[in-house]
Design a binder for this molecule. Structure first.
Ligand SMILES: CC/C=C\C/C=C\C/C=C\C/C=C\C/C=C\C/C=C\C=C\C(=O)SCCNC(=O)CCNC(=O)[C@H](O)C(C)(C)COP(=O)(O)OP(=O)(O)OC[C@H]1O[C@@H](n2cnc3c(N)ncnc32)[C@H](O)[C@@H]1OP(=O)(O)O
Ligand SMILES: NC(=O)C1=CN([C@@H]2O[C@H](COP(=O)(O)OP(=O)(O)OC[C@H]3O[C@@H](n4cnc5c(N)ncnc54)[C@H](OP(=O)(O)O)[C@@H]3O)[C@@H](O)[C@H]2O)C=CC1
Length: 302
């Protein structure tokens, strides 16, 4: 039997054409959320759903043109303010500038969503040293850098909520994913450490750990469409990929007073995938081989 699935556009980065609130519409009323990687995929849907719950948002990543287009769509769909800001989570000075600008424009930050990440399929033996380092720098150091700047500049004195977007892919090991799995495992540990250190300042730190989420760049890069059409997802207990709205609802729960006594938690939102581990090595190698042919290779190993 199919499980309940909210209405969802499957492929695009447009806003939802219709939305039914499942939480109180004023759950985040007049709060401000700072969302890294908020211009596409899961981050963009988090921004939309938060704005539909009364929040203003900052969407921040490297590509300012993409962010401006997304910000326009978000404000048109929700009527709330959205400020697009350029930053690279690997560069603390760019985060500091963006956080300063946010505080100037909005006067507060209530929620930080650490969603920015980079990933691709690659066998460990073909992965260059620099490729491993790059993913760790974006996913893990980027999460620490942004959390630290927001904490120092606002959360330390005012409290706040941090939600990290992780992945369940490393929970049982996954082929061609040593870089992202290692990075996300470090982030899950970081969630617990920061929850302990920053709890006394009124800061909650939690994580949403998605499985395969359709209609996203991550899903495409990791061969999700091919896996789905080959029936790989039948081994997921809920028998399907997740969607962006479901990830946004999990993030909203952790970012809001709905979870006021929750900190240091990892909310696994993968349809039970990691329990049964659909680790289809041959399928993943097939996707990697065909993608590799289209990619200019700088070096095999540094
Ligand atoms: C999803 C379904 C999966 C499988 C289906 C099968 C079964 C499913 C059943 C159950 C599965 C259960 C759970 C798993 C589910 C989900 C997966 C979890 C995680 C998903 C994570 C993400 O999706 S992250 C978001 C994806 N989006 C992006 O990555 C966009 C941002 N990315 C980038 O900017 C780049 O890609 C970047 C990360 C490379 C960074 O760019 P940049 O800083 O410009 O770096 P470069 O200079 O380009 O490169 C740096 C070095 O990295 C090397 N490199 C780059 N690309 C590749 C590649 N494709 N392969 C190998 N190496 C690469 C590059 O060559 C550089 O190294 P040098 O040594 O050459 O300098
Ligand atoms: N899609 C899936 O199936 C799954 C996704 N996830 C996680 O969900 C999150 C979102 O992924 P998804 O929506 O698929 O992918 P997207 O590619 O749409 O999102 C990644 C975002 O990160 C931004 N980004 C990348 N590098 C940097 C950087 N150095 N500094 C600032 N921003 C950066 C990108 O914007 P820009 O290029 O403008 O910088 C982009 O908007 C990630 O954390 C991912 O690991 C986890 C499990 C499964």
């Amino acid at each position: 039997m199919a499980t309940e699935l909210p209405p969802e556009d499957m492929g695009s980065d447009d806003c939802l054409s219709s939305y039914t609130h499942i939480y109180s519409p004023d759950l985040l009323k007049d709060q401000v959320a700072f969302i890294t990687g908020g211009g596409s995929g899961i981050g963009l849907r988090i921004a939309e759903i938060f704005m539909r719950h009364g929040c203003d948002t900052v969407i921040a990543s490297r590509n300012l043109d993409k962010l401006k287009e997304a910000g326009h769509k978000l404000t048109t769909a929700t009527g709330r303010r959205c400020l697009p800001l350029a930053l690279d989570v690997r560069k603390p000075e760019s985060i500091t500038a963006a956080v300063d600008q946010t505080l100037q424009e909005f006067g507060r930050i209530d929620v930080l969503i650490n969603n920015a990440a980079g990933n691709f399929l690659c066998p460990a033996s073909s992965l260059s040293f620099n490729a491993f380092k790059t993913v760790l720098e974006i996913d893990t150091m980027g999460t620490f850098n942004t959390s630290k700047v927001v904490y120092e500049k606002w959360f330390k004195d005012h409290g706040g909520n941090i939600v990290n977007i992780s992945a369940t892919l490393g929970y049982r090991g996954q082929a061609l994913q040593v870089h992202a799995g290692s990075a996300k495992a470090a982030n899950d540990a970081m969630t617990k450490h920061l929850a302990v250190e920053w709890g006394p300042s009124g800061v909650r730190v939690n994580t949403v750990a998605p499985g395969p989420i359709s209609g996203t760049e991550g899903f495409r890069r990791l061969g999700g469409p091919r896996g789905e059409s080959a029936g790989a997802f039948q081994s997921i207990p809920l028998q399907r990929a997740g969607n962006k709205t479901e990830m946004a609802h999990c993030s909203l729960f952790l970012a809001s007073r709905a979870s006021s006594y929750v900190t240091g938690a990892i909310l696994v939102a993968d349809g039970g995938a990691w329990l049964t581990s659909a680790n289809d090595f041959a399928m993943l190698l097939g996707v990697w081989s065909s993608e590799k042919e289209q990619r200019p290779v700088k070096s095999e190993s540094k």
